[in-house]
Write a protein that binds this ligand. Sequence first.
Ligand code: HEM
Length: 390
Amino acid sequence: MTATDAFTDPDALGPRIARVTTLAGDSAWLITRYDDVKAVLADLRFGRSHRDPEQAARVSSSMILGGPSGEFDSEDAERVRMRRLVGPAFSARRMAALQPRIAGIVDDLLDAMFTGTPPVDLHEAVSFPLPALVICELLGVPYADRDDFRRWSDDVGNLLDLQRSMSGLDNLWRYMRGLVEAKAAQPEDDVLSLLLTTPHEGVTMTPDEAAMLGAGLLFAGHETTVTAIDGGMVQLLTHPEQRAALRADPALIDGAVEEILRSSRKDLGELDERRQGLLRYAREDVEFAGVTIAEGDLVLLGLRTANRDGARFQQAEQFDVTRAPNPHLSFGFGPRFCLGAPLARLELRELFGALRRRPDLQLAVPVAELRPRRDLLTGGLEALPVTWMM
Ligand code: HEM
């Protein structure tokens, strides 16, 4: 089978499946259409582990989602166990309890930003610290450690430097291990303590496991949300009519959050699925759209391209805060659907809701001058300079 390189035109949906070369220089299948991406996400013949991890094709050097993870024989059981253990951390009760705290963090960050003299860098002032503060709050990580945490988290997600990614993960893990010791001695009302004290089928987690899960949550919950905030801000700042509609009608906030999550910009490199495609390995031979995906083959799922599939979304290219329904795949789908989705939605809702009541922001530089963070798994911007009328 010959397949074309889908990256000659990232906007065209192209063939249902294409052969591409990853950042690591390995071969992968790329799937970009909405129905196909959703079907593969729901299909347990595709997983994250590999029977022979040393030989597996890699997406990148990143230690997280750069290559296979977990044990091939126990992946399914482990996924179920992990989700049962971590799920309660994002319960409706816990989210309701966090809401006023998140609203307070948002207000503090915006107060500090608006006392500055414009232009200010919104990425530094809000996009980075908000999810960091929230995840620290959820897990019970002291915010005073944020600078270390930021460096390690950036290191783990580095796509090009395996050594850096490994040492980032190691540092994050050591840090969490120390914190877990402290929580084990004196449990508090936070998720690390919950992980340590809640038994699953009669067995509680070991401190090592809790530390690994904690490090995973820090990572999963941080850069992804930073990127969503940066991306959402750029969309609102470059669509004044959508911003005005949202400012005029508070009822639009939930729809705006979903559209922020769905939307992506080609000019900021967000449609390069070789970097940002979600990884799966075929656990057995699978017939797909006329080709055989062989057991062990790497498959990249283009969530962002799927979110722009005109067969599923009318006027998919447009940013429309009134779009309904909006069944985007930004949090994945099926057995691995993002556990932190309620938290991410809450953060975005509080932030973009609060901005409605603040001075109207403008981009302080042309969009073409915004620089995407190309070496990072989750993308986002180097800086987001904004200004406002004093
Ligand atoms: C806008 C922000 C976020 C986005 C776009 C996002 C996206 C995703 C996606 C696409 C997956 C599916 C991965 C797969 O199928 O292989 C996922 C899984 C996950 N996310 Fe998120 N996420 C976000 C925020 C968060 C937050 C705030 C947390 C927690 C603090 C979190 C925790 C998780 C966890 C634990 C999983 C793993 C579920 C599993 O492996 O079964 N995420 N996320």
